[in-house]
Write a protein that binds this ligand. Structure first.
Ligand SMILES: [Fe+2]
Ligand SMILES: [Fe+2]
Length: 333
């Protein structure tokens, strides 16, 4: 009986979680939900105020917090400048970063220490990965105008956005293959999946950061869709044939990404991109990489380049390993 009494009184003291659902005043087609933590009846009898703690208001704040173009389907484009980052915007912003997985937070020394490196191909499979990557890069350079001389500020942002829509694919495909392999063979994964998912998300956050600066138009969006239609089956096929080939390919892709971002940093530091150099890093980027509040666009590119060098090293390492060897990378590292 004493036990029953104890259980009843505990249940009575437990606060109730209440969800209020209503229509968003800003977007009538969207539902606004708000979670409240309501004190239990027992707590109320002790004169605690009702609805003491508002836990979160998910959709409403996100709608307010995003720049207007963020989900836009229009072909409105903007010159490189931060879109919609007013004080009000910062106050209401509920960042995508609250949902993100662990990832490296680089210090000043680390971001400046990044070097361009090259893994010398060993054997036919490595050479195939390298030549395939070089031919794709050739086409990519033509499509983004990189092959025809110095890029404008807008050109740089276009290139970054396009690059990141492709770079986010391999980690997800690799993780899916590893996950399915583990289910199919009924054996453990050896810790690879989390690193691959972290990589995919990290690339997506590069894209999200660049989207705070650029609002792609319809033609650009068509290119992105075409790029995914081409690259997803290609990389899936590659992973199906040989995970080693696929990881080596990504290792080489990331070597090129480090070169591209190093070139952009050189342009910024030489004063050739004054418009970009004078920009502040978007709030999303400042939160994601724990940058200072006054961090610049250049600081953001330093962090992105450090990420790319990390992906390069991870993928070359995976390509050198057998599929049933332990992943040496800890979560977030
Ligand atoms: Fe990236
Ligand atoms: Fe990368």
């Amino acid at each position: 009986m004493a036990l029953i009494n104890q259980l009843v009184s505990r249940a009575a003291l437990r606060p109730l979680n209440v969800r209020a659902i209503s229509k968003s005043p800003l977007r009538p087609d969207r539902i606004l939900w708000t979670d409240f933590r309501m004190p239990s009846t027992a707590a109320q009898t002790r004169r605690l105020p009702q609805f003491t703690e508002q836990r979160r208001t998910v959709v409403f704040k996100k709608e307010q917090g995003q720049p207007k173009h963020f989900n836009a389907k229009s072909n409105a484009t903007a010159s490189p400048s931060l879109l919609a980052e007013s004080e009000e915007y910062e106050k209401n912003w509920v960042s995508e970063t609250r949902y993100t997985q662990p990832h490296p937070i680089w210090n000043d020394e680390e971001v400046h220490a990044v070097q361009k490196t090259h893994f010398r191909p060993r054997g036919v499979s490595d050479r195939a990965a390298l030549y395939l990557l070089r031919s794709i890069r050739g086409v990519f350079d033509v499509c983004t105008g990189y092959a025809f001389g110095p890029l404008s500020a807008q050109g740089w942002i276009n290139r970054v956005v396009l690059l990141e829509t492709i770079a986010g694919v391999p980690g997800l495909v690799g993780a899916a293959f590893r996950h399915l392999r583990s289910l199919r063979r009924m054996e453990r994964d050896y810790g690879w999946i989390h690193t691959l998912l972290e990589e995919a998300e990290n690339e997506r956050m590069h894209l999200m950061s660049a989207l705070m600066i650029k609002n792609p138009g319809r033609v650009f969006r068509t290119f992105v869709i075409a790029g995914q239609l081409f690259f997803l089956p290609l990389y899936t096929g590659m992973y199906l044939v040989s995970p080693r080939l696929a990881h080596r390919f990504v290792g080489y892709l990331e070597e090129e990404a480090v070169k591209t971002y190093t070139h952009l940093l050189e342009e910024l530091e030489a004063g050739h991109q004054p418009e970009l150099a004078s920009m502040k890093a978007p709030l999303l980027a400042r939160q994601y990489w724990s940058l200072k509040n006054d961090a610049s666009f250049t600081d953001m590119i330093f962090a992105i380049r450090a990420d790319e060098s990390h992906h390069r090293d991870v993928n070359h390492t995976f390509a050198n390993m057998k599929p049933n060897e332990e992943n040496p990378f800890e979560p977030g590292h």
